[in-house]
Design a protein around this ligand. Structure first.
Ligand SMILES: Cc1cc2nc3c(=O)[nH]c(=O)nc-3n(C[C@H](O)[C@H](O)[C@H](O)COP(=O)(O)OP(=O)(O)OC[C@H]3O[C@@H](n4cnc5c(N)ncnc54)[C@H](O)[C@@H]3O)c2cc1C
Length: 340
């Protein structure tokens, strides 16, 4: 039986640590508890909100809902061949626990995503990505539970409509499902992605020519540790904004005006992705604080709550940064974080 708490401050369940009250909160450790909680919410005519590790959320108002904190854990192998292995993880498992499960067995495919905070169930919601790899690259399917009916549905890769930091769960099916488990196909003969960010430089520094999956994961952990603020010290939600994409024609014009502009290949042909961190830095926000809020001094894309910030102050800063970037470059940057 699930335990219900009333009028709970859930800031401690989020990495940005902004004060917000939930009308009801239940920590769910089994799927039977989930079904019971969904039935209760149905009877009360209350909406349901799913919370994983709270590392990609900004609550801006009182949450008049039953918040379900997902702690349904477990990882298992469901199929194996000579070259591949299918791993199913339950959605409340920490993402990095799943990555560790894979790298300890030398299975490749998700090592570049090591140390992305949060749970397995949230990973498909925004198609997590880091160091040239996205969840969709190894994703097979997921099992979801309809929040209204309690019925199960399998989503294939195609059904999920993965895009850059997006999926059907951020669009058409937003707020409709509880993702219960995720199945990935990992490789027993991994081809490692070493051509992104500082990976090569780190390998050279350590004199490693042909890294193992474990060595690569350890390098990723080190790079992230050096670059990203630890939410326990500097509360944050990772990259606050998405890298904007523009057409190649628009990009040519921008590059003429700003030859130093930092960019990457776009998510589709004909598009160019521009570094939002670079835009924010050039607009003068890197390391500059506005009261208790500011963009981190080592990584301008990360909004930090330096202590006691309110949702109102964070939202004001989000608008300030968007306006500053738009004024200088004519580009609208959109939040990656889920603003509730
Ligand atoms: C320091 C730091 C670094 C980060 N680096 C990266 C990075 O490199 N790459 C990257 O992609 N992201 C990154 N993030 C963002 C974050 O880690 C991911 O978005 C992660 O997947 C969020 O997981 P979570 O469990 O904390 O989700 P939450 O913040 O709890 O939830 C996020 C959204 O998913 C929904 N959700 C959560 N679980 C479920 C479920 N089981 N079923 C249905 N909906 C669900 C929630 O309702 C919410 O809308 C970073 C964040 C931080 C703080």
């Amino acid at each position: 039986m699930f335990t219900l708490q009333k009028q709970v401050d859930i800031s401690a369940y989020t990495t940005l640590k902004i004060k917000a009250k939930a009308a009801f909160l239940a920590v769910i450790k089994e799927e039977t508890e989930l079904q019971e909680a969904l039935s209760w919410a149905r009877l009360q005519k209350l909406p349901v909100f799913i919370l994983g590790g709270g590392s990609n959320i900004l609550f801006t108002q009182k949450i008049k809902a039953l918040v379900l904190k997902n702690e349904i854990k477990g990882v298992r192998v469901i199929k194996e061949t000579e070259t591949s292995v299918w791993v199913e993880a339950r959605s409340g498992e920490w993402w990095s626990t799943l990555v560790r499960f894979a790298i300890e067995r030398r299975w490749g495919g998700i090592e570049n995503l090591y140390y992305v905070p949060g749970t397995v169930g949230a990973a498909p919601v925004q198609n997590i990505g880091a160091y040239g790899v996205e969840l969709k690259d190894t994703f097979v399917s997921l099992r979801a539970i309809n929040l209204k009916t309690g019925k199960e549905k399998i989503f294939t890769k195609k059904d999920c409509a993965f895009g850059y930091r997006s999926s059907v769960f951020k669009n058409k099916e937003k707020g409709k499902y509880f993702i219960a488990s995720v199945t990935l196909k990992l490789s027993k003969k991994p081809v490692l992605r070493l051509d992104y960010g500082d990976i090569r430089a780190q390998l050279n520094e350590q004199g490693i020519k042909r890294p193992s999956v474990q060595q690569l994961a350890e390098i990723i952990r080190k790079i992230r540790d050096n670059k990203l603020p630890n939410p326990a010290i500097y509360p944050n939600a990772g990259s606050f904004f998405k890298n904007p994409e523009v057409t190649k024609a628009d990009f040519v014009g921008l590059q003429k005006k700003f030859p130093e502009i930092k960019f990457f290949p776009g998510s589709k042909s004909g598009l160019v992705k521009i570094s939002a961190g670079w835009l924010i830095e050039q607009a003068g926000f890197k390391g500059k604080r506005y009261g208790p809020v500011g963009m981190y001094e080592k990584q301008a894309l990360i909004l930090v709550n330096y202590g006691g910030a309110s949702a109102k102050q964070v939202l004001a800063h989000v608008r300030r940064v968007q306006a500053g970037v738009y004024q200088k470059f004519g580009i609208k940057i959109e939040p990656e974080v889920n603003i509730i």
